[in-house]
Design a protein around this ligand. Sequence first.
Ligand SMILES: [Zn+2]
Length: 207
Amino acid sequence: MPETQCQRCGQDYPGRAIQPETCPNCSGRTLHFSFGTSAYRSDDHSRELMHALKYRRQLHLAETFGRLMGCLWDDPRLSSRSHWVIVPVPLHPKRMRERRFNQAAELAKAFARTAPDTIAVSLEPKLICRTDFRERQAQLERADRLENVKNSFQLTRRGARFTLPAGAGILLLDDVMTTGATLSESAKVLRPITKKANLAAISALRG
Ligand SMILES: [Zn+2]
């Protein structure tokens, strides 16, 4: 059966229908971003490289993945806007102390450099913070993933004072998107800053 890419969450699923209502990943739940999309589908090799970045401090891979994410600018939903504020999904401070870097923030830096000249890009890594220290999403089943990240984020003081430039959108960025639950929860806490139509989610890999 041919595969369709969901226009809402970006996941591929079998079938011809284009209606987002038919996507098994996002039907029956609310996603707090207007659309989500990923640069590449993950496979054993890309997963291994991402693990090397996150768990073995191979930081140069952030540059590689971030640059590869540059293909996302081909998507008219991204390229039609003249200004994006990029918000990497934050780590919990405890995880940050263990790892000493946030892979999403590193990817965001490299990705921002790939933006076409016609698009203004600014990085805002401190608008939201992670408040709950929970199990890693990767080790959980789907239903548990959705529950696991609920209310895990909040606006920082900087976020609460932040004014989105006129016409700008917020691009939430993570290394891997699977169900979209983490990115959706991140988007939810940004709603006081802007409406859902201005919130989008991207990742390097689709889990
Ligand atoms: Zn979907």
